[in-house]
Every structure is written in C-alpha cells, then in structure tokens.
Design a protein around this ligand. Sequence first.
Ligand code: ADQ
Length: 761
Amino acid sequence: MSLQPVSRLSALQSSGARLIVVSNRLPLTLRKTEDGWSTERSSGGLASAMNPLLRKGGGDWIGWAGTSGAGTSGEADEDAQKRSAILAQWAERERCYAVDLPEQVATGFYEGYANQTLWPVFHNFPSLLKFESKAWDAYVEANRIFCETVVQRYKPNDLVWIHDYHLMLLPQMLRDRLPDAAIGFFLHIPFPSSEIFPVLPRREELLEGLLGADLLAFQTHGHLQQFRAALLRVLGMESRIEQVAVGSRPVRLEALPIGIAPAEYTDLLTSDKTTAEQYAEWVARYRGRKVLLAVDRLDYTKGVIERLHAYAHLLRSSPALKEKVVLIQIAVPTREGIDTYQDLRTEVNRLVGEINGKLGTPEWTPLVYINRSIERTELVGLYKLADVCWVGSLRDGMNLVAKEYVACKPDGDGVLVLSEFAGAAAEMGEALLINPFDEQRTSATIERALDLGDQERRQRMRALHHRVLRNNVFRWGERFLTALEEAVSERGRYIDTQPQRLRPAEVRDAYAHANHRLLILDYDGTLVPFAKQPQQAAPPARILDLLAALASDPQNRVALMSGRSAENLDRWFGNIRGMWLVAEHGAEFKTPFAPAWESLRPQEPTEWKSTVMPILDHFVDRTPGSFVEEKKYALVWHYRMADPEFGDWLANELVSMLEAMLAETELRAFRGDKIVEVKPVWANKGEVLERLLDSRFDPDFVLAVGDDRTDEDLFERLQSNAWKVHIGPGPTRASHVVANFADLRRVLEFFAESQDARKAS
Ligand code: ADQ
C-alpha cells in the first residue's frame, strides 16, 4: 500500500525542520527479565504514524522509559548499568530518548494525577476522581523533567508534537523556555463537558498549560467545543471556532480524528501464515455459531461490565440464540496498581463465571474471556472471523478497535456495533450505534446485527471500509503537521500586526492631507467613560460640539456607531446636522439624507426574546444590582453595579449556557464591558460598513475607534490602510491603541482645530 506520509515530510526537510515527538511512553518499553533488562517494541498506530515521520525527518521521540531509574528502587549497580546501556542504545539506534522519572514522581504523576484525577474526569466519571496535592506536585515535576529533556534536544526550526493528557503543562513550560518554538498538542482522550471540567483540582493551570501551544488538536468537533466552553467558564476567555487569542499570540484549534495504519492489518490478513492457521482453527472451532468480538483494555470507560450485562440479557431474552452464538471478550490488563481497576477485574471475573455457569451448556460456553494481550497476528484472525464487532465504550476519545475491525473486512462482511459515546461514532455513521448504558436496547441492536440482511450489511461495511482506508493515520499526521506550520506562520502575522501607540501628530497629518474622510466612532467607553446606568452616560456639551464640528466639514462623513437603541441615539444626537447614526451594533442606521431609520434586515422576527428573557430574568434574580435592557433586536444583561467577581463569574456561566442553547440559531451571546448581549449574528458593525461606503463616497482617510469586542468586527472588515484605533488594554485587531477616552478626545479636537485653521486661512 502506498499510504506513506512523505509529502509533508519532504517539505519539512527542505525547510530544515525536524520533528520532536513527546509522549508519556516511547514506542519501546523496558522489561525486567530474569537475565536483566530487555526491550519490547510496541507497534500501535501512533508508532506506525510517527516512525516514518521521524526516520525521514531525522527527528527524536522523547518519552518515559516506563520503569524508574537507577538507585531509586534498590537496583544493584550492575543492573542499573545494564539498564542505562539499553537506554543509550535506544537513543543511538532509534533516536528514542528515555526520560527518567524518580520512582515517587513517576507514581504520583502516572498512577496519581494522570490516571486517578484526569482520566476519570475527562471520561465523565467525576465520582471516581481522586486527588492528592502531592500527586499534583509530581505531575508538575514530571512535566518539568520532560521539558528539560525537550529543551536539551531542541534545535531552532524543530516542530514539537506533544501527545495526550499526561503532558498538559508541557506546552506552556516549553513556551517559557523556547518562546519561538513551534509547539503542537494532540489530546487522544475526550475533553469533558463544561459542567464536569470545573470539578478538576488545578483546572486553571491545566488550561493555561495547554495554551502555551501554537496548535491544540482534538479527536472530534464535540471535544473541541467542550474545550472552548471550559476556556470561557474557567478562564473567562472567549474563542472562535478555530482560534483563541492568548494576548497577541493566536492558538489554533482543530478537530483531527486519528486513524490507523491499515496495511499493518491488511498485510497480515493476506499473507501471514500464523494468522491464516489461527483463523482456520477458529473457523473449525466455532462452526455453526455466530461470533461476537470485543477487544478492550480492561478500563471502566470501555463498558465491559455493561456489555456483559447486555449479553446476558440477550441470551435470556432470545432463547433461539442458545448454542448459536459466542462472545469472545479480549481484555488486556491495564493500570493494575490502581484500586478501581482491581475492583473492575473482580467484577468482570464474577460476571464471566455467572454467564457461563448459568447460561451455558455442556456443549456451549457462551462467553470466551481472554484476559491478556494477544499478538496482532492473532487479533487480525479474530477480526476476520467475527460476524459482529461490539464496541461499547461509555466514553472514548476515538476507539481504534472499531477502525481495525473495519480494515479487516475488505469484502464488506461483518457488522460494527458502535457506542455513540466513542469519538469514532462521529465519523462512522454506517455502524449500528448503541447507547451502552441501555442494556435492553443494546441487546436488541446486537440481535439485529446478527440478523442483518446481506445487502444492507455489505453496503454499510463497504462505506466504512473506504473511509477507514482513506482517513488513515498518515493522513492524520500530515494534517497535524500542516496545521502546526500554518499556526506558526499565523503567529508571525499576529506579531507583525501588534497595534502601535497612536501618535497624534501622525494621524492629524494624514487627516489634514486627505480629501474624503470617513470617521466611525463608538460611543460608550470611546467618547465618554462608562456610567453605572446606561442613561447616565448622556453626552456633555463639549462632545456634542466636537461631533457637530467634525460632521459639518463637507469633506467628512462622520458615523456614530453604538450598541444603543435608535431611539436613544436620536434623542442625544438626532439634531447634529450631517451625522450618520448606527444603532444596536449595526442592526439599524440612519443617514443624514433621510429622516427615518433603516434596518439592515427588515422584518426580522424577534420571538426568540420570549425564550431568552426568562433566563436573563433568572440571572437578575441571582445578581443584586444587575438588570436587563430590551432593545429592538437584542437583549442585554447589565451587571456593572453588581459585585465585580461574582458578576464576571455569572457572565461566563450565562454565555456558556446561551452558547449551547443558541448553537443552531442565528443568535449569539457575547460578553461586552460588564454586559452579556444576545443578538443576531448579522447585527454587527462589520456588516453595516458597506452602507457607509456607497458608490458616491470613496474615502482616502478612514479612522475607526472603539473599545470592545463589537468594534473588532469592524476592524476585521476595514482595509489595512485604515486607522483602526482601540481604546485601553486587551487583545485587539486594531492597528493602533490609545490609553483612554480622554486621549482619543484630544486627537478628535486636533482634527476640529485643523479644520478651523484651514477655514481661517
Ligand atoms: P486506548 O484507550 O488504548 O487509546 P483504543 O483506541 O481502543 O484505546 O486502542 C487500543 C489499542 O490496543 C488498539 O490498537 C487495539 O488493537 C489494542 N488492543 C486492545 N486490546 C488488545 C489485546 N488484548 N491484545 C492486543 N492488542 C490489544 C487512547 C484513547 C482512545 C484513542 C487512542 C488513539 O483512549 O480513545 O482511540 O488513544 O488516539
């Protein structure tokens, strides 16, 4: 098969970049044997994807050796030397660099924080969370040791690719040490919902750790959305679907589902002797019976217990299946040092005994339970044999077993039954989907799978097979590296466009030399400071005079663009001759040539308000000092007078809640300065811009000023030669910044003065 990932690599090589892969474990494992130490090679999908990339690019793989280093567990000197010699060989021959973690650090890091705190929470099992601050310290220390190793190996231009939940602090640690490094992170497990994520002790540090990367990639869009929701709820950070800004540095967000290396399975299927022999033996052994297959690590997230219950239900409820079906459950022991896993093992053993004891017959063992790792040659034979593969994860990042099974069904024989809670379900819609928590319906679906007509079965499996071959692990690797390189170049652009401090003399000069000028001014926070109540921010005479002076110049077009209602703007600014008014962030506008307001989208329905209003009212009840403002197109929750911390915290919660609720609609909830506003997406300052730039007006000087998120829509639409001015601190796309409204006012007064001076001369 020619699925090798060479193209991205050639590009990498020609740019002189190497890849540094960092994961908890290396593709090599140290094993203690009677004769000392030996190396075991793991050939999972990750190793298959990374090895060619590393070999071609001449990069390194950094990971934990899996056992503790010399002197920590009473090893004899000689033993320790042998161990070191093997690790040195790994480095020299395979470019695999083992990170040595002291025993206590390794335990707290791996068995502690990573697998008893992060793993259960990330898989929606908060009740299994265990936390000790010592384990957290070990997690930090382990990440720090990894960081040291990466820093030692790093050369300029290298791409660093970090894998998974064990190393969530590493991106920021590396960013601190290597500010220019290209750092990508891939999360193999799911990201939990924003209700569950906040239960995590040290949640802020984890998110901040991840944000050190240039690229953060997840298995599915769902996981990515949950991550964004956590950023909002925990750090109050807003993000776009594909990007979040950390100061002026962008972090790219991607959903990149991992695949398998199909040839590793299909080659065995067609040409391996052991596979063929094993297969023939099983065909003979299970003749006359349908085979159900399940292959899992023995982890509570994989739903083994639920599967066994559903299987027992199936056998009890369908007597016709008696002696006609067998379930082969393969369960590899995993994390056996952790109590929860030991309890799981005991319960599974009990259920296996019960099913075979109570439901089997002398001629028939309905459940074959294999509690060990099996060779891939054997596994492929089983995939080929199985009529149905049963993936019942309660929660899973992806689930590669589903894809491996499908790869072994080139003729379309076989049915995949897949949990809707596995990431794989997002791209394997032709599988029969199950809710593994529903024993009865799962059992009914298995019965259907066993009975599926020839045509439907083949149709479904062929579609799946085609996709698994195409979306393979090499393509995934390619896409990740391409996204990482793009993210790094995007970072450059951001840095180049860092806003500069506005120099009054410079802008006044440009203003004076222009013939047609467009001035777009926000009001609150821009021309006047914020007031406690919106109505208290009435414009002082000085501002009205200034606006009148600017608008009276025939070379100027002056637009006041605000989030306020049309009625409010009319009352305050309606008498200024020549002024353009834009209300509700762009939903409505009024030109100096017509007496009436025009809407950007006439007759827009506003029934949605009756659904959103009760939610906002509920927040008013919870937040003393807050209130709701109703505008024609929008609803706004104001909390300027509420306790600032409580208000900010509730605002995050409100936006997360509304985002989920409004996801399928044209409405969006966003945070402004001490407000949360719900409005249609089209009502924004960028959209209304083209109404200001009609065919009769082609300005050679454009100045736009604003202080919040709504002004960013406008900055984004304006051409690069416009003066885009942001007031105050905070991230922005503006070209210039001024410290506060008073500085801006001085600039506008300069404009008016230069006008007067010209008139006088
Ligand atoms: P895992 O939780 O390990 O991986 P999974 O995707 O199912 O889950 O991969 C398991 C691998 O182990 C498969 O390649 C399978 O063939 C192999 N395996 C399982 N049982 C075996 C046995 N008894 N003998 C031999 N091999 C066995 C994490 C996430 C997943 C995500 C992967 C990859 O939890 O959701 O799919 O990373 O990103």
